[in-house]
Unconditional design. Sequence first.
Length: 395
Amino acid sequence: MSDLPTSVLNPPARLLLGPGPSPVHPRIYRAMTAPVLGYADPLFYEIMEDTKTLLRYVYNTENALTFPVSGTGTAGMETAIANAVEPGDEVIVGIIGTFGQRLQSIAERHQAVIHTVEVPFGTAIAPEQMEAALKAHPKTKVVMMVHGETSTGVIQPMDEIAKIIKAHGAYLILDTVTSLSGAPVNVDQWGVDFAYSGTQKCLNAPPGLSPFTVSDRGEAMVQARKTPVGVWYLDLAGIRQYWGGGRTYYHTPPTTMIYALREALAVIAEEGLENRFARHARNAQALHAGLQAMGLSLLVKDASIRLPSLTTVNIPEGVDDAKLREVMRDQLNIDIAGGQGLLAGKIWRIGLMGYGSSSANVYSFLTTLHQALALQNHKTDLGAGLAASGAILGN
Ligand code: PLP
């Protein structure tokens, strides 16, 4: 047995400035070392209730059924679709990047009849495009959209589109994985019926839970289904027995991750959502200004739809994408990501999420990128970049 790995686990503390996981806040690491309670311990119920209350705050909702799905963001995605869609239901999927494509793949597995509204990556869906699709497909039961598209760095404006979807009587599933607590997510105001997120983005907990909320109307629709939900583990009727207040065991809650989420949400409430949004917007603008002043260009041309938590930078001609990211990670200790799907090899994805959205990280990232590009003989004007960021950050 001498070849079994028995050394003490010792991963390095990298600065995570990619699309998630994001840097874990120290308060959250501390919470994760707290003793594990039993799933039926009244003290654990208190922690669950705090988590639900805080989740309603970040989602801006009064929805009764608001809880974390066990699993990463995709588990929330699958919960929404598995519960909202019955075989043969017509749905419209808004595709502004690869996570819209994932919504489509999951909806296919649940045998939806799919219509899509697709736009070039780096842009958002216009209200008229959604209106036209709803008129063309009047039997549409559910519309699925991504609010913060992590593959392109676009934030999909929701105010007008949500009104149109409601006016047509369709249910709305909204992916808020990369937007929740980094930009306003107004579940009740927009009339979102199912929203899900992930713990490893702007919430700064490790990956492992998918915060979820369902409107009363959405719950009533699920209760009126003619066919059982195809995924037992994610059936809202079962999950409600435990998280809804009845406290009947369904599946064991991942205790330590729930501690992490509870603490993450408490950190957010302490800062206040408005302050948090302003901080994300300011640091993102400083990053954008700095990158452009250095001579680099951004994928998303329209500044009004740039996602504050995730920036996409075009890779300059002649620069080796994989090599640069390797140097950034292994020599300079900063983790960023490349593009996905059609954008692979074309862009880098830089996350300033939650605790990671700081002026210090803007300056560190610009300096490190300058250095990594210089190693490939690609010159950038770091002085101009830092000055442009500083003009926004005021320091
Ligand atoms: N939706 C969006 C917008 C995402 O960015 C991600 C992950 O990056 C997901 C869904 C899927 O989440 P996970 O990878 O946590 O399952």
